[in-house]
Design a protein around this ligand. Structure first.
Ligand code: PLP
Length: 440
C-alpha cells in the first residue's frame, strides 16, 4: 500500500524531493542528490545555508527568551533591529513595524498609508495604485494591488477595484515606443491615472523597484522613479517601495530603489531580511508618514501574534550584520555583472534567449516562447535545470500576450568565483538541452 499524503504541497499529490541539509549555495536531498540553490529558495536564502554564527545567535536568544507578546513587552532584539534598519535605510525611513511575511508587510504598509491620511482628517484617500506587472502578496488586500494574473484568477470577484498603470517594460513597450524618445510615458501614466481617480481618493502608489515574480527582474529605465516620486508628491500620494525581493543587497545595492535618486515614503522588507533563517518582514515608514499618527491616535492599526518576537528579531539583526561584515552587497554587484555578461554573450548562441535583465544577483531571463511547442517553456526550463541539479525560480512576463516564458536566476549573495563558474556550467547544459527542443 502506498503511503497517503497529509501535507498539502504546491501540487497536491505530486512527488517532491525531501530535503536533508544545506551548506552555502548547495542543498542535498535525502537521496543524496546535490543542487545549486540558483534562486535562493524564492529569493530568500541570500546569505546561503548553514551559517554557523546565525545558528549560534538563534540558540543564544532562544535560551534567554524566544517569544513575548508585542502588546506587553518590547525586547532589546526588536529595538536594536529597528535601529539598525533606520541606519541602513535612506532619508527619514526611521520607523519599523515587524510582521511575519512579505504579504503581511505590504498590507501593513498599505494600511499605514491610509491611516496617515485618516489621522490628518482625510478619509477619502483609500485607493492604492499599482502596476500591471507586479506581485505584492497573496492575501485579498495585497492581491488586490498585485498585477499577477495567474494568482488573481480565482479570486477576482473578491478583490478591491484598485487601478493599475502599465509596467515599465521597455523590451515590449506597452506604448510601442523606444526608450530614448518615449518621454517616460509609463511613469507619466501615473499622473493621468491619479487625475482620473481624483487625487483626493488616492492614498499610495506601490511598486517593486525591480519587478520580481511578475516580470523576471523587469528594470525600469533611468529617471523612472524620480518622475514617479515627483508625481506622487504633486498629488500628496505616498510612494511605497516593495523591497521584499530587492531589499538587503539582492540587486547589488542595499535597497533596489538606490539605483534611482528616489527615497520612498514607505519601504517594505521580507525574504532577505532574515535570509530564510526565520520568518520576519517589516513595513518601514518615514518620520513624515508617522508624524500625524504620533500626534493622533499613536496606534498603528495592524499586527500579529508573532510580530516583533525577539527570536526572529535577533536572527534578522545577525543576518544584517553578516551581510555588512562579509561585503555581500558588493559581491552581489560583482558576481551579478559577471553572470549577466556571460548570459548576454550566450544570446548569440541561443536565439531563444529573448532578454537578459536585472541588477546584481536578481537576474531575469525571458525566453522567446514562439520557438517552443510546450505549454509552459518556464516549467520546461525549471524541470531540465532541476534534473541537472540547478534550482531556478519561475516568473511570468505577462500580460502583454506572453505569460509563462521567463525565470529568475538569483543565487545566494555569498556565491564565490568558483561557484559562479559551476553554476554557469550547469546552466549551459540546461540551455543545450533546451536548444534541442527549439524550433528552427
Ligand atoms: N512582495 C514581493 C515583491 C514579493 O516578491 C513577494 C513574494 O514573492 C511578496 C511581496 C510576498 O511575500 P511573502 O511570500 O513572504 O508573503
Amino acid at each position: 500500500m502506498t503511503k497517503r499524503d497529509y501535507l498539502i504541497k504546491p501540487l497536491v499529490g505530486d512527488c517532491y524531493p525531501t530535503i536533508d541539509r544545506g551548506e552555502t549555495i548547495y542543498l542535498w536531498d535525502k537521496q543524496g542528490k546535490k543542487y545549486i540553490d540558483g534562486s535562493s529558495g524564492a529569493v530568500a536564502a541570500s546569505i546561503g545555508h548553514g551559517v554557523k554564527e546565525i545558528i549560534d545567535e538563534m540558540v543564544k536568544q532562544a535560551s534567554k527568551v524566544a517569544f513575548v507578546y508585542r502588546s506587553q513587552f518590547t525586547s532589546e532584539a526588536a529595538e536594536q533591529l529597528a535601529e539598525k534598519i533606520a541606519q541602513l535605510t535612506p532619508g527619514d525611513l526611521n520607523w519599523s513595524f515587524f510582521v511575519n511575511s512579505g504579504t503581511e508587510a505590504t498590507e501593513t504598509a498599505m494600511k499605514m498609508a491610509i491611516q496617515h491620511f485618516q489621522e490628518r482628517g482625510i478619509h477619502t484617500k483609500t485607493k492604492i495604485i499599482s502596476r500591471s506587472m507586479s506581485y505584492h502578496g497573496i492575501t485579498i488586500g495585497s492581491l488586490s494591488m498585485s498585477g499577477h494574473p495567474l494568482r488573481r484568477k480565482r479570486f477576482t470577484s473578491l478583490l478591491e477595484d484598485y487601478p493599475m498603470v502599465e509596467a515599465p517594460y521597455c523590451k515590449r513597450c506597452p506604448f510601442e515606443l523606444e526608450p530614448e524618445s518615449c518621454g517616460l510615458l509609463c511613469a507619466t501614466a501615473l499622473d493621468r491615472t491619479i487625475q482620473k481617480l481624483g487625487s483626493e481618493n488616492v492614498a499610495a502608489f506601490i511598486a517593486e523597484p525591480i519587478v520580481g515574480a511578475a516580470g523576471a527582474a523587469l528594470t525600469p529605465p533611468k529617471g523612472y522613479y524620480e518622475k514617479i516620486k515627483e508625481i506622487c508628491d504633486k498629488h500628496d500620494v505616498l510612494l511605497i517601495a516593495d523591497e521584499v525581493m530587492t531589499g538587503i543587497g539582492r540587486t547589488g545595492e542595499m535597497f533596489g530603489m538606490n539605483h534611482w535618486s528616489c527615497v520612498p515614503d514607505l519601504l517594505v522588507l521580507g525574504k532577505g531580511l532574515a535570509a530564510g533563517y526565520t520568518p520576519i518582514a517589516a513595513a518601514i515608514a518615514s518620520d513624515r508618514v508617522m508624524q500625524p499618527i504620533l500626534e493622533g491616535s499613536r496606534l498603528v492599526m495592524s499586527g500579529h501574534t508573532f510580530s516583533a518576537n525577539p527570536l526572529s528579531a535577533s536572527i534578522a539583526l545577525a543576518v544584517l550584520n553578516y551581510v555588512e561584515k562579509n561585503g555581500l552587497v558588493q559581491n552581489s554587484k560583482i558576481q551579478g555583472e559577471k553572470i549577466k555578461l556571460k548570459l548576454k554573450e550566450w544570446q548569440k548562441e541561443y536565439p531563444f534567449l529573448f532578454d537578459v535583465r536585472g541588477e546584481g544577483l536578481l537576474i531575469g531571463i525571458e525566453i522567446n516562447d514562439d520557438l517552443f511547442d510546450c505549454k509552459s517553456v518556464t516549467n520546461r526550463v525549471i524541470e531540465i535545470a532541476k534534473n541537472h541539479g540547478l534550482l531556478l525560480y519561475p516568473s511570468v512576463s505577462g500580460p502583454y500576450g506572453r505569460s509563462e516564458n521567463s525565470f529568475l536566476l538569483s543565487p545566494p549573495l555569498v556565491i564565490t568565483d568558483a561557484q559562479v563558474n559551476e553554476l554557469l556550467t550547469l546552466l549551459k547544459e540546461v540551455f543545450n538541452e533546451l536548444n534541442q527542443e527549439a524550433k528552427e
